[in-house]
Design a protein around this ligand. Structure first.
Ligand code: HSE
Length: 354
């Protein structure tokens, strides 16, 4: 049985949910998966930081009502997040990076990942910024340090779309995909079909934990654009940047647009897609589309996501599942840790050569 020491960077919904899972399921994981998790550090811009060589009580972390700077009350705690020092110095095998997504340069999350990997620590993240904007650099750094950089939750939360496509569709002649990749916008479109106004529907999505800190990224398509970049680069071998992907969101759709589509037997969906052109170039876009109700993505409702892969051997293969939510996204971090555990014996080592 192994025990992995983990550092939680960012203590918002996702890492809080991971701590909750640790509190509730460590014994089950020990039996089913062969390892336990021991939280040795937590940082949060609002709450501060805490480091403990022996481990921090996960149940206490999730059940305490923390005030600003509240980690200072704990042994080994401080009111400052001090991410760099904690990431570099905490006795963690694995760093779980779940701070906010910055769609412009990915910072500070890119630096968080870089510091951890340079120190020979594995990184698991649900943060789209470092994956969409710096995956090439961070994967190379991970290889040099004999560490792993895992990010299943960057697309479709805990639904294993990246691993499914990379492993189960290898050799199938993957040439493109189209998908519903934002739970908030899909939820909002569904609630508007049910008669709700746009703002009220967005408010519900925020309350349910689907929306980004700034829901503009959800409804304007920017969140989908990052996911399209990640899928295209990871699965189609593209080198896209967000600016390469034409992007339109759902905020200009009116209730009348939605009703008119329904009269024609159609539904509006926000679709992110990429395709390999005949000359080998990968082109990609994000845009609302009216889908016939018998289209394979038309019946995907609520915060559920789906991506339909185009393959030579199998035709369309569609993966459907949750695309947002705290526990669902925390599960993605667990799935990354399972992947690290099963890949052994690549244990982190600070002595690994450049
Ligand atoms: N805000 C995102 C969504 C969460 O609504 O799908 C996952 O990236």
């Amino acid at each position: 049985m192994d025990q992995y020491n983990i550092a939680l960077i960012g203590f918002g919904g996702v890492n809080r949910a991971l701590a909750q899972l640790v509190a509730e399921r460590n014994d089950r994981w020990q039996t089913e998966l062969g390892f336990r998790l021991n939280i040795v550090a937590v940082t949060d811009l609002n709450l501060g930081s805490v480091v403990s060589q022996n481990g921090i009580d996960a149940r206490m972390l999730v059940e305490t009502q923390w005030e600003k700077g509240g980690f200072a009350r704990l042994s080994g705690g401080s009111a400052d997040a001090d991410n760099e020092k904690v990431i570099k110095q905490a006795p963690a095998d694995i760093v779980a990076e779940a701070t906010f997504t910055n769609p412009n340069d990915g910072e500070p999350a890119v630096s968080h990942c870089r510091w951890a990997l340079e120190a020979g620590k594995h990184v698991v993240t649900t943060n789209k910024g470092p994956v969409a904007l710096a995956a090439t650099e961070l994967n190379a750094l991970a290889r040099r340090r004999n560490a792993r950089f895992e990010y299943e939750g960057a697309v479709m939360s805990g639904t294993p779309v990246l691993r499914t496509a990379k492993t189960m569709l290898a050799g199938s002649g993957l040439s493109g995909f189209e998908g519903i990749l934002n739970g908030t916008s899909n939820f909002v479109l569904g609630r508007m079909e049910a008669g709700l106004g746009f703002s009220q529907a967005v408010g519900e999505a925020q309350a349910l934990g689907y929306a980004e800190a700034d829901p503009t990224a959800d409804v304007e398509g920017y969140d989908v654009r990052l996911k399209v970049v990640i899928l295209a680069n990871e699965l189609l071998g593209a080198s896209l940047k967000p600016a390469d992907v034409a992007c339109q969101g759902i905020s200009s759709l009116t209730v009348a647009d939605i009703e008119n589509a329904a009269k024609d037997g159609q539904r509006w969906k926000l679709i992110g897609s990429a395709v390999r052109q005949q000359d080998g170039r990968i082109t990609a876009s994000v845009a609302p589309r009216r889908l016939s109700v018998d289209h394979q993505l038309a019946g995907v409702n609520g915060a559920v996501n789906a991506v339909s892969f185009t393959t030579d051997m199998l035709g369309a293969v569609t993966v459907t599942g949750p695309g947002a939510g705290r526990i669902e996204t925390a599960y993605a971090l667990l799935s990354d840790i399972i992947a690290i555990h099963r890949a052994g014996p690549a244990r982190p080592t600070k002595e690994a050569a450049e």
